[in-house]
Write a protein that binds this ligand. Structure first.
Ligand code: PMT
Length: 396
């Protein structure tokens, strides 16, 4: 429920993507938002107000002169109650009107009269999107502080391929959630490791661990929501990259080490959430080991580089944050790791809480002592960790 209590006016304009706005209403509601739909005349050629009324549980407004408004000022009253207006799909016509301050219909007038942020998700044919007029209008809206969500590239309803597809409803919801997050890491470059590493024994077998990547991915998402430019170096996991995050896939600790060291100097903050294998196989076979090759093959282990400690040792390196998963003595072991790796902050969790699940129990350890966080979903804890980092780095 990441939009709990938010009041959102959803403007729907005329375009084939209008049918996806129905799903958007549903998803925004699922995240706890109260959605008030306003449609243009053209939108009603694609979807009926009844669809949106049923999904939002509220009457839909389509007309500036709607008699249901006692003061006949729907354009004022609807936006005054809103935390933001989202227009999805936003047609080329709507963008032009909004960019030029037209007030010739309920939605355009409401947008002009608003005292809340405006987010638009353009949707149109690729030539319409690329036309100099649309590009001028979009640039003007962006300069006026309007958030432009997308558009995406791909196959279009008209059969052409290119930029102009509306973002998917899930992606728009993600952008709305990000929009409301305090920008405590605005402009910071954050490098994060997540997931397990896989240390090959032969081309198909290896040594790994039970890290799902959930904690690291949640931290990456929270940092991006906080306004950071995020690079996520990820071991093998089965979850999609958070939207707007640059993900680099790696397999073994050596790959992870190389990917991190190539980027660490340029980062402002490094957060090591990955469960990196301490050892790799020194005698990994280049071919699949056969059972009948002669007894149990010996596996020789060799120590992996400590990525976090190396980043922490860089001159003018990033602010470093570690994670520690322990089965007991959390404070003692986590603080010892923090001191050994010479890092200002470490997040401790017990292995039974941290690995694999959606929720976690974190204790943050820094120079001022222990800061236990209330057990919560990893997304919530990640936000709190990001806020703590912002405080320690003087960003918030
Ligand atoms: O992925 P999930 O299922 O959501 O699980 C999350 C988690 C339990 C993996 C995560 O919350 C966590 O605790 N990660 C750290 C696991 C751990 O105990 O790591 P460690 O003690 O081996 O290392 C301590 C720190 O040094 C970590 O920040 C680690 O990323 C880093 N490290 C360790 C070894 C190494 N060779 N290089 C490193 O950078």
């Amino acid at each position: 429920m990441e939009l709990q209590g938010k009041r959102i006016v959803l403007g729907v304009t005329g375009g084939i993507a209008a049918y996806k706005a129905a799903e958007l209403v549903r998803l925004l509601g699922k995240q706890g938002a109260e959605v008030q739909v306003a449609m243009t005349e053209a939108a009603m050629h694609f979807v009926t107000p009844t669809t949106f009324q049923a999904l939002s549980g509220r009457p839909v407004f389509t007309d500036q002169w709607d008699a249901r408004m006692p003061n006949a000022m729907a354009h004022i009253d609807l936006s005054r109650q809103a935390d933001c207006i989202v227009v999805a799909p936003a047609s080329a016509d709507f963008l032009a009107r909004a960019a030029h301050g037209f007030a010739d219909g309920l939605l355009a007038t409401m947008v002009l009269a608003r005292d809340c942020p405006l987010l638009v998700a353009p949707a149109m044919n690729r030539q319409m999107w690329e036309s100099p007029a649309t590009q001028r209008n979009v640039a003007q809206l962006a300069a006026d502080g309007v958030a432009i969500l997308g558009p995406a590239c791909g196959e279009q309803a008209c059969g052409e391929v290119g930029a102009g597809r509306m973002l998917e409803p899930e992606e728009i919801v993600e952008e709305v959630v990000a929009f409301f997050a305090p920008k405590v890491l605005a402009g910071r470059r954050v490098l994060i490791t997540a997931g397990p590493t896989f240390e090959a024994i032969d081309p198909v077998r290896g040594i790994t661990n039970l890290s799902s990547g959930r904690m690291g991915y949640a931290v990456a998402r929270a940092a991006r929501h906080a306004g950071a430019e995020v690079t996520l170096v990820s071991g093998p996991v089965g979850i999609p990259a958070p939207q707007g995050v640059d993900r680099i896939d790696v397999l073994g600790a050596l790959d992870m080490h190389a990917a991190v060291m190539a980027r660490a100097q340029a980062a402002d903050i490094f957060i090591g959430v990955a469960a990196v294998a301490d050892y790799r196989v020194a005698n990994a076979a280049g071919h699949k080991l056969k059972k009948d090759e002669g007894g149990i093959p010996p596996v020789e282990l060799i120590e992996n580089p400590d990525i976090l400690a190396e980043v922490a040792a860089l001159t003018d390196g990033p602010f470093c944050v570690g994670f520690a998963a322990e089965s007991h003595n959390l404070e003692e072991y986590a603080q010892a790791k923090r001191r050994r790796k010479n890092i200002p902050l470490i997040a401790g969790n017990l292995i039974q809480d941290g690995f694999g699940s959606d929720d976690n129990r974190l204790v943050l350890f820094d120079d001022t002592g222990a800061h236990p966080l209330t057990p919560a979903p990893k997304s919530v804890l990640a936000r709190q960790l990001v806020e703590h980092i912002a405080k320690l780095t003087g960003a918030a």
